[in-house]
Ligand binder design. Structure first.
Ligand SMILES: Cc1cc2nc3c(=O)[nH]c(=O)nc-3n(C[C@H](O)[C@H](O)[C@H](O)COP(=O)(O)OP(=O)(O)OC[C@H]3O[C@@H](n4cnc5c(N)ncnc54)[C@H](O)[C@@H]3O)c2cc1C
Length: 289
């Protein structure tokens, strides 16, 4: 196995095309444990962390740009980012431990394509876009389009994500991400729930986006819950409808962390709680902050 550390996107793209089994990595917090566990090692491992624009967090006022190999710790430590996107920041802050977060990236969390990846529901509710580089230039995909199944993505073998684009959070909007794990930390989500809402001037919900992780092969949106919320003030009856729609949207597996029935129930509870937190945050973002 050969290790290479290109310093430009073009060089990385060319290295990735050089061998059918070349593979990019960022933090290697998934790649190294997988190789150690017996997964076939690639011929060429392409380290993305030496490419400057891939390890950067910037805002131009209209949108945030997060380099695909940026340590997820940046998303929790940057006060402006975590103030604007507390749900996405908290999701990043749930990945492993401080040591893991100093290495782990959004690009790796997404492209490892684990159904339980914590940042993905939070990215989906925020409409995050992935800028993908390949031999013929770049293309843009919604994050919701990237993962096609466990361990599978829509990227070609010679493509990789350069950066994520996140439009500025509108006023009177807020996001939230909650997960349930059997232990208090360092465990994989039994269920993850992301929510984002935008409020109208009268306090009712104008827009709602809800997404669940770990309850199906890929992240699941909950259109019935979103429709129930729009136009409402999230009264108890509406929140119960959200919980019911979330449970119904699940297609989970039985494993040692939880049964199908348990996961469905927890999905309902977490979806409801995430909505309530997102609303509280939206009420605080009144356009002046
Ligand atoms: C102890 C421990 C605890 C963990 N806890 C959590 C947790 O709580 N929640 C959670 O979600 N995950 C957890 N993880 C998994 C892992 O840390 C995350 O998935 C992390 O975000 C992966 O990022 P990375 O940069 O290290 O990925 P890497 O290991 O570098 O890469 C992962 C995969 O993505 C591909 N890849 C990486 N970057 C790109 C790119 N830019 N474009 C295309 N493909 C790319 C790689 O080829 C590889 O297939 C844990 C891991 C460990 C070891």
């Amino acid at each position: 196995m050969k290790y290479v550390a290109p310093s430009s996107v073009e060089e990385a793209a060319s290295l990735l095309s050089s061998s059918p089994s070349a593979q990019v990595f960022a933090g290697a917090t998934d790649v190294v444990p997988q190789i150690r566990a017996g997964r076939p090692a690639p011929d060429v491992l392409v380290d993305l962390k030496k490419i400057k624009e891939l390890v950067a967090l910037n805002s131009d006022g209209d949108k945030w740009t997060v380099g695909a190999a940026t340590p997820t710790a940046y998303l929790t430590e940057d006060e402006a980012f975590s103030h604007e996107f507390p749900g996405l920041s908290e999701a990043a802050g749930l990945i492993g431990s401080d040591q893991i977060q100093n290495r782990s990236s959004l690009g790796g969390n997404l492209c490892n394509a684990s159904p339980a990846a914590d940042s993905v529901p939070a990215m989906v509710v925020n409409g995050v876009r992935a800028v993908v580089a390949g031999p013929n230039g770049t293309r843009v995909l919604d994050v919701s389009e990237v993962v096609t199944g466990p361990g599978q993505t829509a990227l070609d073998d010679d493509e990789f994500i350069v950066e994520f684009e996140i439009d500025k959070m509108p006023s009177r909007s807020g996001d939230a991400y909650l997960r349930m794990i059997p232990r208090t930390e360092m465990d994989i989500a039994v269920v993850g729930a992301g929510a984002r809402v935008t409020l109208a001037d009268d306090g009712s919900i104008e827009q709602a986006v809800l997404a669940l992780g770990a309850v199906a092969p890929t992240v699941v949106r909950i259109p019935d819950a979103e429709q129930a919320l729009v136009g409402s003030t999230a009264d108890e009856e509406t929140l119960n409808a959200v919980a019911a729609a979330a449970s119904e949207a699940c297609d989970p597996i039985d494993d040692k962390r939880g049964t199908v029935e348990y996961r469905k129930q927890v999905a309902g509870v977490l979806a409801k709680r995430a909505v309530v937190i997102a609303i509280e945050r939206a009420e605080q973002r009144n356009g002046t902050n």
